[in-house]
Design a protein around this ligand. Structure first.
Ligand SMILES: Cc1cc2nc3c(=O)[nH]c(=O)nc-3n(C[C@H](O)[C@H](O)[C@H](O)COP(=O)(O)O)c2cc1C
Length: 324
């Protein structure tokens, strides 16, 4: 879970409890990622993984005007918060090449990718140093592409998932299918182990997924309130706020479709351009200021459909309870 939620403590606590903790590389600098990876290794001897965003080429000619108009629209809200919209870059700001190299050098047991399938050459480099490669998919077409691209494991992410949908083409709307539906579609097509994700918060959810043929489950939202999570106080308060009772799939914060609690922002900017990560860059200063000010209505409140079941308990206890 990129964006500060994943901490080395959370990764280690999940792995120590018998899960596979995942260190989020997205938005982190390569230097910070390397330091966090070494930190996880200090904290646990159990296997863990690193998760990377696969970059997508953005068509500036097609999207530039829409992005500029969006920047003008949010400027008054930024002023309200005492900031300006962020500066955009149409180039890769997530340091993909450096992170690919870092994974190859530090060789974590698992590397997982979202937002696309890495080139065959990259998958090869990682596998040669002993990494198992997981790829997130949200449709059977993407599952086929990931299998053909050399993935060892597919992560089937349903529409109930919190945070960004891993859909490979950021311009298309993700398919409205839940994790069990996606499992039914993909299971007959491949022998690869399938991990399912989205809305899983109880041992019963886990049992249902395993008996439907999943090799494992992935959870995010269930861990958000754990003390080891880096979720900030405004985010934590929002997840427990009974007035925030609706969840939407929205591009409003980042330009990519994500599962989030409905707020004033998601209502006002439901038509944000499909331009990740430049929309993310524009809204970042506002979101940071909103988090500091306790303004839940301008903060990206990523949440899966089971957010009400998230518990403020140590991550290890949550993982053990899920495992039944
Ligand atoms: C706050 C948050 C951040 C996330 N960040 C990432 C990420 O960086 N990479 C990724 O592959 N998935 C990310 N996800 C999606 C999770 O990997 C997972 O698919 C999802 O949490 C499962 O659904 P659930 O939240 O209902 O358990 C994130 C989810 C949340 C809630």
């Amino acid at each position: 879970m990129a964006g500060g939620v994943t901490t080395p403590l959370l990764v280690a606590a999940v792995s120590d409890a018998g899960g596979l903790g995942m260190l989020a590389a997205g938005y982190r600098t390569p230097e910070r990622l390397a330091a966090d990876l070494v930190h996880v290794r200090d904290l646990t001897t159990r296997p863990f993984g690193v998760n990377l965003f696969v970059p997508q080429r953005l068509d500036r000619a097609a999207l530039g005007d829409e992005v500029e108009a969006f920047a003008r629209r949010i400027a008054p809200e930024a002023a309200d918060l005492g900031v300006r919209p962020g500066t955009v870059s149409w180039h890769d700001t997530d340091h993909w090449e450096a992170k690919v190299q870092l994974v190859e050098t530090l060789a974590p047991p698992v590397v997982s990718c979202t937002f696309g399938v890495p080139d065959a050459g990259v998958v090869d480099r990682w596998r040669r140093v002993g990494c198992e490669v997981h790829v997130t998919v949200t449709s059977s077409v993407e599952a086929r592409a990931a299998a053909e691209g050399g993935a060892d494991v597919l992560v089937l992410q349903g529409q109930e998932a919190g945070g960004h949908r891993g859909t490979h083409d950021p311009g298309v709307d993700p398919e409205p299918v839940d994790h069990l539906g996606l499992l039914e579609l993909v299971r007959p097509e491949t022998d690869l182990p399938l991990v399912v994700a989205g809305g899983i918060t109880t041992a019963g959810d886990v049992r249902r997924a395993l008996s439907a043929g999943a090799a494992a489950v992935q959870v995010g939202t269930a861990l958000l309130l754990a003390p080891e999570s880096g979720a900030g106080r405004t985010y934590r308060a929002a997840l427990r706020d009974p007035r925030l009772g609706e969840r939407v799939l929205t591009r409003a914060f980042s330009g990519r479709v994500a599962g989030a609690l409905a707020t004033g922002w998601t209502r006002r900017y439901a038509d944000a351009p499909a331009a990740f990560p430049v929309v993310d860059q524009l809204t970042r200063p506002l979101r940071r200021a909103a988090a500091e000010a306790g303004d839940t209505h301008r903060l990206h409140l990523w949440a899966g459909s089971g957010w009400r079941a998230a518990q403020e308990r140590p991550a290890g206890e949550i993982v053990r309870e899920l495992a039944g």
